[in-house]
Ligand binder design. Structure first.
Ligand SMILES: C[S@@+](CC[C@H](N)C(=O)[O-])C[C@H]1O[C@@H](n2cnc3c(N)ncnc32)[C@H](O)[C@@H]1O
Length: 265
């Protein structure tokens, strides 16, 4: 294959090992071309001529790690993705359960924490709720995007009560919509690597959303991360996982309460 920069199987394996060490993410063999296309813009920007040279640069420039991770994460998400989880959250609140603190632990570009915030407002029937959401991700680019709360109008259109939650862009902002400040104020964005030993998040969370990120980690890492997350969740608190992240075998830690939703034992 004709490529702008030299790239070998050995480079790909080195990228995989580095990403796994830094973020816990495992890349399948099939991702060899994807990795090249994600890293090529960095190689170009730094004026290098091969992925091998880029990897040497990464080794000697710790600041580059952030760009490396940002380039290689997969950030697919959408508003009210897996809608049953938001219905469950609403029921949880309306049943009278305490729901003051929610952590969205792989928040990507923000659609998930804003969906949580919209659910809170709808469940309580007002914007001035006392609940707070911490939204975190390892990727600083997606956190910046999330924090701005600006989305293409097509992403916002399917939301039923969108007029209450978004302001339509005008003039040069036409085609986009911005989250209203009352909704934005319910969320605090923070950079957290789930691989770290300590999470800079307070204990006693009532609900943790950690969806569609565990799939990137091996089984052993998944259990280690789940145990660390559960240290931050109060007993009886809700733990919400992604559609293909099943923890039914960890009955001593969490009990299933719906489709990939659990309560801390
Ligand atoms: C596929 S998105 C899922 C987004 C959202 N939770 C959802 O279900 O729609 C996975 C997110 O996990 C983040 N991620 C990957 N590894 C991570 C790590 N070690 N710590 C924290 N976040 C991580 C990625 O940056 C990405 O934004």
């Amino acid at each position: 294959m004709d490529r702008e920069f030299a790239y070998t199987d050995a480079d790909f394996n080195k990228v995989r090992a580095e990403l796994r060490a830094l973020a816990g993410i495992n890349l399948a063999d099939s991702k060899i071309s994807l990795v090249y296309s994600r890293l090529a813009p960095r190689v170009r920007k730094l004026g290098l001529n091969s992925v091998k040279n880029y990897l040497s640069y990464l080794e000697t420039h710790p600041d580059e790690q952030e760009h490396f991770i940002n380039a290689l994460t997969t950030n697919l998400t959408s508003f009210f993705r897996e809608p049953h989880h938001f219905e469950l959250l609403k029921e949880f609140i309306q049943s009278g359960e305490q729901c003051e603190r929610i952590w969205c632990a792989a928040s990507s570009t923000g659609e998930e924490p804003y969906s949580i915030a919209m659910t809170l407002v709808e469940a309580f029937g007002r914007f001035d709720v006392t609940s707070k959401i911490v939204a975190s991700d390892i990727d600083s680019n997606v956190l910046n995007k999330a924090s701005q709360g600006v989305y293409p109008i097509e992403k916002v259109d399917p939301i039923s009560n969108k007029k209450s939650f978004f302001l339509k862009g005008k003039a040069h902002n036409q085609g986009s919509a911005k989250v209203v400040p009352q909704l934005r104020n319910l969320i605090e964005f923070r950079q957290v690597n789930l691989l770290d030993n300590q999470y800079p998040v307070q204990e006693g969370m009532d609900v943790i959303f950690c969806r569609n990120v565990m799939i990137y980690f091996d089984k052993e890492t998944q259990v280690q991360i789940l145990e660390k997350l559960l240290q931050k969740l109060r007993p009886g608190g809700l733990y919400i996982a992604g559609h293909s992240e099943n923890f039914n075998h960890l009955g001593h830690l969490i009990t299933p309460v719906g489709r990939t939703a659990y309560r801390k034992v």
